[in-house]
Design a protein around this ligand. Structure first.
Ligand code: BYC
Length: 334
């Protein structure tokens, strides 16, 4: 079935007949649902696609700490603060599992950081929007982590073993993140009219950027056809976006909120919602580096890297001294 897949440039994904024996055997293993492991043969383009996606995913996790980290000192209660701290720490952990998974493909952590800091590597568009109120922290958990789960559950079945396994734990933690976000909002909508208005305002600002997290529409998604043939992706961007809308709209109804989309309408025939088109011009501007917070987010990551220089140098100096002691000790004993 993968041979039927057409890329955005109109060309078809390579069929088994067009492949050399090594690549054909690789593709047949993928078709049989086998996992590909680090030191096994793989096409160079498969390796590069994984490095791109996994490293960008890792960058998203650590850049994603920034908008929420912004509210740790301003959480309304001690309990909310403890929960938010734990969530933001989880995101750092997700970044670490993912950087480790990418390293198994032969790229170093330093190279990945360099690609992030230079702007060569992307990270999720969603983190280039500001967190203006406490309700935004609820909206991030509910919508952003909700969209992340929708995208990441199928990635647990990705053909590359280390990425698939990293996803198992990440998805478990994301479920807690989503519930804590929903819980914040469920509490606020029962509060004062001003608090409820704050929640509606957060939904108004985060709804469309959350839909954009799934990537461009299928007809503009350059990597989908090949990534689906390799079973890196199991679903197209539009399929997952549809599932997210279908899951989330009843939750918004439950909270008594209005989804900011005049075209949103239940479609009995397809058993899902029809909904409006995200502003793709805005999406492409954001991923090109021109979103509201791109400069601030990258600035924070670059500063963290520069501020940590003394520590990295200290570790290297210590390792060099330990090595010198190890190599000179026997001579001194003679
Ligand atoms: N933002 O051909 P396409 C989290 C890029 S963090 C930015 O469809 P693909 C959390 C795409 O990279 C969870 N760029 O690509 C953390 C490509 O550009 P390049 C983050 C985007 O890869 C902290 C171009 O557009 N999740 O949950 O087949 C706190 C064409 O796109 C975006 C992941 O990273 C975007 N939204 O599909 C709270 C999931 N969308 O690379 C929460 C893993 C597209 O050629 N990634 N682009 O320069 C994926 O599943 C896939 O990479 C995507 C895109 C579905 C995102």
């Amino acid at each position: 079935m993968y041979a039927q897949m057409v890329k955005t440039d109109g060309t078809r994904v390579k069929s088994l007949d067009d492949m050399e024996p090594e690549e054909r055997a690789f593709q047949q293993r993928i078709e049989a649902g086998q996992k590909i492991e680090p030191k096994e043969w793989m096409p160079e383009a498969y390796r590069k696609t994984l490095v791109r996606q996994i490293s960008q995913h890792a960058h998203s996790e650590i850049v994603g700490q920034l908008p929420e980290g912004n509210w740790i000192t301003r959480a309304p209660t001690l309990e909310r603060k403890a929960i938010l701290l734990a969530k933001v720490q989880d995101e750092a952990g997700h970044g670490l599992y993912l950087y480790c998974a990418a390293e198994t493909l032969g790229i170093s952590r330093d190279e990945m950081y360099e690609q992030l800091h230079s702007g060569k590597a992307k990270y999720s568009s969603i983190f280039n929007y500001p967190t203006l109120s406490w309700a935004d922290i609820g909206a991030i958990g509910w919508l952003v982590d909700g969209a992340a789960i929708m995208n990441q559950v199928p990635l647990q079945r990705c053909s590359y073993g280390p990425y698939a396994r990293a996803m198992v734990r990440i998805c478990k933690e994301e479920s807690f993140h989503q519930r804590q976000g929903f819980d914040i909002l469920a509490k606020m909508v029962k509060g004062t009219p001003a608090q409820k208005a704050m929640v509606q305002d957060a939904l108004d600002r985060w709804w469309w950027p959350s839909l954009m997290m799934f990537g461009p529409s299928d007809d503009a998604s350059v990597h989908s056809a090949q990534s689906m043939a390799w079973k890196i992706k199991q679903n197209s961007n539009d399929e997952l976006r549809q599932k997210f809308v279908d899951q989330t709209v009843p939750q918004a109804d439950y909270l008594g909120l209005t989804v900011p989309d005049p075209e949103l309408k239940w479609n009995e025939t397809k058993g899902g919602y029809d909904f409006g088109e995200p502003d793709w011009k805005e999406f492409f501007e954001v991923i090109a580096g021109n979103g509201l917070c791109n400069a601030e987010r990258l600035g924070a990551r670059r500063k963290a890297w520069d501020d940590g220089a003394w520590f990295r140098e200290g570790l290297l100096a210590h390792a060099a001294k330990a090595e010198a002691r190890r190599t000179t000790a026997p001579a001194a004993a003679e």
